[in-house]
Ligand binder design. Structure first.
Ligand SMILES: Cc1cc2nc3c(=O)[nH]c(=O)nc-3n(C[C@H](O)[C@H](O)[C@H](O)COP(=O)(O)O)c2cc1C
Length: 306
């Protein structure tokens, strides 16, 4: 038996529930083109682009802790206009949905960015959750009226699916997700990184040039499972789970908690096999479904609640 792995995230039909998470692979279009040929990749989310180009922070920007990464890259990207041009060069060759991640700082920026990027995007993920950049990401997401204004502006500028990526660093993430849905989001991505820091005990200084960063990887998986589980009970929109998915069990856990699809980031960098991690996880999910007697991945979404 070959279980059906197709899922539908707010109108985006994915051949596999596994998506590439924003940022971990950088913003290179040629890399996106390679990843998209993997049959176990259902969609790619791009690196977050901002209104203006950003060079990012000085090194060190990334620490490998073994159980996860701590990063404060500072959202390096070429700016939305240049990135639209770069994505335009590969868009036609992609057989899977391309979700463009955007980090606007206000409604005006959101409108302009989405209107221009609409020609290369199959959907948008609004990053209201990056924990280490001033006036963007989590700082914007924590301001309820600003966040809602941005989501409304995105909604008003595109007919394509809009995902909003939320932060685990606030106690009222349910309220944030609800207000995003009320403002027009079609789905919620949970979660972005968990704010943290590391200190070099020899140098007696913070390791990251930005001092604070975001923790990703294995360490945050239980946080992601808990947040997806809670959101599933409290909001009426599809959820895309993200955080510490390293093997098929992690992916299945998030789906059982209520995720329609699952994003993978740090595991790509930590895995010995690189992008093959998608095939290993995909194969594991299919085997699990077959073993449990399910014909489709859709049948297990949220099953941990029953
Ligand atoms: C190096 C690095 C860069 C990232 N850049 C972005 C980004 O540009 N936009 C975003 O929304 N999330 C970004 N993230 C967060 C991931 O998309 C994801 O939410 C987080 O890493 C948790 O998933 P993981 O444990 O599978 O990595 C980044 C994460 C890492 C490790």
């Amino acid at each position: 038996m070959h279980p059906d792995t197709e899922v539908d995230v707010a109108g985006l039909v994915l051949r596999s529930p596994l998506m590439v998470a924003s940022g971990v692979l950088g913003s290179s279009p040629s890399l996106i083109r390679i990843i998209a040929t993997n049959p176990d990749v259902g969609a790619v989310v791009t690196k977050t682009v901002t209104y203006r180009p950003r060079t990012g922070y000085e090194n060190p920007t990334l620490v490998d802790l073994g159980y996860g990464f701590l990063n404060a890259m500072g959202l390096p990207n070429p700016g939305y206009s240049e990135y639209r041009f770069e994505l335009g060069s590969i868009k036609k060759s992609l057989e899977i949905p391309l979700i463009v991640s955007i980090g606007p700082s206000d409604e005006g920026e959101a409108e302009e960015m989405v209107e221009e990027l609409d020609s290369v995007a199959d959907g948008f993920e609004v990053n209201l959750s990056c924990p280490h950049v001033e006036n963007l990401g989590m700082e914007v997401g924590s301001d309820a009226s600003k966040a809602s204004g941005i989501v409304k502006a995105v909604r008003g500028s595109t007919g394509k699916p809009v995902l909003v990526k939320i932060s685990p660093n606030v106690t009222d993430f349910v309220a944030n997700a609800r207000s995003a849905v009320e403002a027009g989001a079609d789905a919620i991505t949970a979660i972005n990184t968990v704010r943290g820091m590391a200190i070099d005990v020899n140098a007696m200084r913070p390791v990251l040039s930005n001092v604070y960063g975001g923790l990703s990887g294995k360490a945050i998986h239980p946080v992601a499972v808990r947040i997806v589980f809670e959101l599933y009970e409290k909001i009426k929109a599809p959820i895309v789970g993200c955080g510490g998915v390293y093997d098929w069990r992690d992916a299945v856990e998030l789906i059982l908690a209520g995720a329609t699809a699952v994003q993978i980031g740090s595991a790509i960098a930590h895995s010995q096999t690189g992008l093959k991690v998608f095939n290993e996880i995909g194969e594991g999910v299919r085997r699990y479904l077959a073993l449990k007697g399910f014909s489709s991945v859709k049948q297990i979404i949220g099953l941990a609640h029953s």
